[in-house]
Ligand binder design. Structure first.
Ligand SMILES: [Zn+2]
Length: 172
């Protein structure tokens, strides 16, 4: 069962990976001149860098996971490979929390990717705190839409009631 679930994650990861036109990929296809990450403006923007290697993203992950006291699985190294990190991190959870973690990873992936696109195409920049708040807002929306697996994480965060975004900074 766990192997099947891990395989599904790998397949999902490959599908997502293949669809993401990062700066690194766009440069390789001669679609743009530079490959600099839109979030830190320092390193080449590969998908692994963007999601878990970037200093910006690592801070986002740490703050999110800290809320649920799951921060021991936060990506900490600049050279972290996304799929390696995800598969290793999810093994550290029990069945219910693992499902919640998997959903949270997809959700945070989506929000970080949107922030990258906003910066790349609209030249609008949000802070780490804003991106973290967006993750919790989206988590609440996904929960309302039926993603019950998020309950475990939001419960660990004490956030099962409607989320008041303004409270986040006070608690953290
Ligand atoms: Zn970066």
């Amino acid at each position: 069962m766990e192997d099947k679930s891990a395989r599904q994650m790998q397949i999902l990861w490959l599908a997502l990976h293949d669809r993401c036109w990062t700066a690194d990929r766009r440069k390789r296809h001669n679609l743009q001149q530079h490959d600099t990450c839109a979030l830190c403006n320092q390193e080449p923007e590969t998908i692994s860098h963007l999601l878990v290697g970037c200093s910006f993203s690592r801070e986002v992950w740490y703050i999110i996971l800290l809320r649920g006291r799951w921060h021991s699985v936060s990506p900490i190294h600049q050279g972290t490979i996304f799929s390696d990190w995800w598969l290793a991190a999810r093994k550290r959870f029990g069945k219910v929390d693992r499902k919640s973690f998997d959903t949270l990873v997809l959700l945070a992936f989506w929000i970080i990717w949107k922030e990258r696109n906003r910066r790349t195409f609209d030249h609008v920049f949000q802070s780490v705190d804003n991106v973290v708040n967006a993750v919790f807002e989206e988590a609440n929306a996904w929960l309302q839409a039926g993603f019950r697996s998020l309950e475990a994480f939001l419960s660990c965060c004490g956030l099962l009631a409607p989320i008041h975004v303004g409270r986040l900074n006070m608690i953290m």
